[in-house]
Write a protein that binds this ligand. Structure first.
Ligand code: SAH
Ligand code: DHB
Ligand code: MG
Length: 228
C-alpha cells in the first residue's frame, strides 16, 4: 500500500476509535435500546436507525427545550423514539408516524419493553395523510423527521404548521445529499437538498447541519422556530 493510502487508513482508524470511545462514554446502549435493534433484525427490518450519539443529541435537545409533546415522522423499530421519549416527563407524549404496520408492531413492543409505552403512540399510515389530523394536538415542542426523503420539504412545511416559536425541528439524512448533489434526477436527493435550502434560508428558522455519522457523510439538520 502506498504511504498516502496508509495515512488515509490510519485516519479512518483513528476517527473510528474516537467515535467508539465517545459513544461508549456518552451514549452507551442499554438493554431496551439493544432490544429494539435485535427485534428489528429478527423481523428483517433495514438497519437504518440513527447512531447512538445522534439519539443522545435528540434526547438532549428534547430535554433542554422541556419537551412535553414530541412528533416523530418515521418510526422503524422505535430506536430513535426511545431516545426521544426518555426526555419526556411522565405525563409527556410522543406521537410517531409509520407507514408500515409490521414496523409499527415492533415499535410498540420496543416502547413497552423500554418502559415508555404509556407516553408513546404509534400512528399507522402515510405521514402526509396523518399530519393534517394533528392540528388539535399541536404545537409540538420537538419534531423529528426521518421517513421517506422525497417529501422532506413538505414535512418541513407541516413541522412549521405544527410548531410554535422555540420548537426544535430535526431532520435526518440531508447531509448525505452532498455526496452527490448533482444527482438531481434522484427524487430523494432533490427532497433532501430542498429541505436544507429551505431550512437554511427560512425567515422563521435558525438552522445548522451537523455531519455526525461514523464517517461524516450523513447527519442531522437542526432548526429552531423563531418568533413570527
Ligand atoms: N427514526 C428511525 C428510523 C426511521 S427509517 C430510527 O432512527 O430509529 C424510516 C421509516 O419511515 C421506515 O420505518 C419506513 O417504513 C417509514 N416510512 C417511509 N415512508 C413513510 C411515509 N410516507 N409515512 C410514514 N412513514 C414512512
Ligand atoms: C435510509 C433511510 C434513512 O432514514 C437512513 O437514516 C439511512 C438510510 C434509506 O432509505 O436507505
Ligand atoms: Mg434516517
Amino acid at each position: 500500500m502506498s504511504s498516502e493510502n496508509e495515512q488515509i487508513q490510519q485516519q479512518a482508524t483513528l476517527r473510528q476509535h474516537i467515535e467508539t470511545t465517545v459513544t461508549n462514554l456518552f451514549a452507551p446502549e442499554d438493554d431496551s435500546l439493544r432490544y429494539a435493534l435485535q427485534a428489528a433484525k429478527e423481523e428483517g427490518l433495514p438497519e437504518i436507525q440513527i447512531t447512538p450519539l445522534e439519539g443522545k443529541l435528540l434526547q438532549f435537545l428534547a430535554t433542554v427545550s422541556n419537551a412535553r409533546k414530541i412528533l416523530e415522522i418515521g418510526s422503524l423499530a422505535g430506536y430513535s423514539g426511545i431516545w426521544l421519549a426518555r426526555a419526556l416527563p411522565a405525563d409527556g407524549h410522543l406521537i410517531t408516524l409509520e407507514v408500515n404496520p409490521r414496523h409499527a408492531e415492533v415499535v410498540r413492543r420496543s416502547f413497552e419493553r423500554a418502559g415508555v409505552g404509556q407516553r408513546c403512540e404509534v400512528r399507522v399510515g402515510k405521514a402526509l395523510d396523518l399530519l393534517p389530523q394533528l392540528g388539535p394536538e399541536a404545537p409540538f415542542d420537538v419534531i423529528f423527521i426521518d421517513a421517506d426523503k422525497a417529501p422532506y420539504p413538505q414535512y418541513l412545511d407541516w413541522a412549521l404548521t405544527l410548531s410554535r416559536p422555540g420548537s426544535i425541528i430535526i431532520a435526518d439524512n440531508c447531509v448525505r445529499a452532498y455526496r452527490e448533489p448533482q444527482n438531481t434526477a434522484d427524487e430523494n436527493t432533490r427532497g433532501l437538498l430542498q429541505y436544507d435550502q429551505k431550512a437554511s434560508s427560512h425567515p422563521r428558522l435558525l438552522s445548522l447541519a451537523l455531519p455526525m455519522d461514523e464517517d461524516y457523510t450523513d447527519g442531522l439538520t437542526i432548526s429552531v422556530v423563531l418568533p413570527a
